[in-house]
Design a protein around this ligand. Structure first.
Ligand code: G3H
Ligand code: 13P
Ligand code: NA
Ligand code: ZN
Length: 328
């Protein structure tokens, strides 16, 4: 059944686990996530960005998620709007049947310019006022996602601030977080703790303690009833980078957030963990490998099936690592 995100995250908080939130753009990704969840009995958060809706079309996205609900009626599913750029975008998602929306007011509507605290509060509160009366959950964001290593938002094709950010912009301030939640009433809060979107998070292999764990702990202590969200949480599996490179791909050296660091974040209060890039890398590696091993293959089902299996294995590993397996 489709459920509100508040319900799933309340359960996760009560039982001390985290939920991966995977981005969806097509049928193969939705089936990959659902097959993994079914195999290990995990609840699911499916999230769609504005780019996903442009690619898939609103009706296709909605009906594919309805098909997932019909196929796996025993699994609780949240349909979440990722990085809503304005209250109008969130309103459209609510009308379309999303059970959760993110209003990302940390950036202006262009999704490039850091916004003022006052702007963020204003637009996010407006979304809470639209969403809560109809049972839809709301995620807000405070702080600018970006690498503590480089000061860059890191994202080439999604939301992210332009230019180099300072440490004070890169870490969410606990006092401000408390004021923000008080003023907006959000159910979940995305915090900046040193992660960034996309495949290029760190140029060197992380040695541990790459997240600002103390910030997570401080914010969680101030806001025990608000669910903390970690964006930019792909681990950028080196195995998949190798497969991609072995089969004609060119991806430069890069590292993501180790799963063990995410597990630490979950221990200190993170409940929702956003993952998009890892599924992209696994699917790309699987397609490249299949097509190079079988150069005469031209049935798309063959390479899409390989991509689906690769994505599904990755999802299952995250459900198990974050502790949501067995909780559906
Ligand atoms: O936050 C960015 C997500 O990875 C979604 O990416 O906007 O390319 O769909 P997208
Ligand atoms: P990654 O790019 O690390 O997968 O992060 C995705 C994300 O935060 C979507 O909102
Ligand atoms: Na932000
Ligand atoms: Zn994000």
């Amino acid at each position: 059944a489709l459920v509100a995100m508040r319900q799933l995250l309340d359960h996760a908080a009560e039982h001390g686990y985290g939920l991966p939130a995977f981005n969806i753009n097509n049928m193969e990704q939705i089936r990959a996530i659902m097959l993994a969840a079914d195999a290990c009995d995990s609840p699911v958060i499916l999230q769609a960005s504005a780019g996903a809706r442009n690619y898939t079309g609103e009706a296709f996205l909605r009906h594919m998620v309805e098909a997932a609900v019909e196929t796996w009626p025993h699994i609780p599913i949240v349909l979440h709007q990722d990085h809503g750029a304005s209250p109008a975008v969130c309103q459209r998602s609510i009308r379309s049947g999303f059970t959760s929306v993110m209003m990302d007011g940390s950036l202006r509507e262009d999704m490039r310019t850091p916004a003022s605290f006052e702007y963020n509060v204003r637009v996010t509160r407006r979304v809470v006022e639209m969403a809560h009366p109809v049972g839809v959950s709301v995620e807000g964001e405070l702080g600018c996602l970006g690498s503590l290593e480089t000061g860059q938002a890191g994202e080439e094709d999604g939301s992210g601030a332009e230019g180099t950010l300072g440490r004070d912009q890169l870490l969410t301030d606990p006092d401000q977080a408390a004021d923000f939640v008080q003023a907006t009433g959000v159910d979940a809060l995305a915090i900046a703790i040193g992660t960034s979107h996309g495949a290029y998070k760190f140029s060197r292999r992380p040695t541990g303690d790459i997240l600002a764990i103390d910030r997570i702990r401080e914010i969680h202590a101030r806001l025990p009833n608000t669910h903390l969200v970690m964006h930019g949480s792909s681990s950028v599996p080196q195995e998949w980078l190798d497969v991609i490179r072995e089969h004609g791909g060119e991806i430069k050296e890069t590292y993501g957030v180790p799963v063990e660091e995410i597990r630490k974040g979950i221990r200190y209060g993170v409940r929702k963990v956003n993952i998009d890039t890892d599924i992209r890398l696994a699917m790309t590696g699987a397609v490249r490998r299949l097509l190079s091993q079988k150069p005469d293959e031209f049935d798309p089902r063959k390479f899409f099936a390989a991509a689906l299996t690769a994505a599904s294995d990755l999802c299952r590993a995250r459900f198990e690592a974050f502790g949501s397996a067995g909780q559906a």
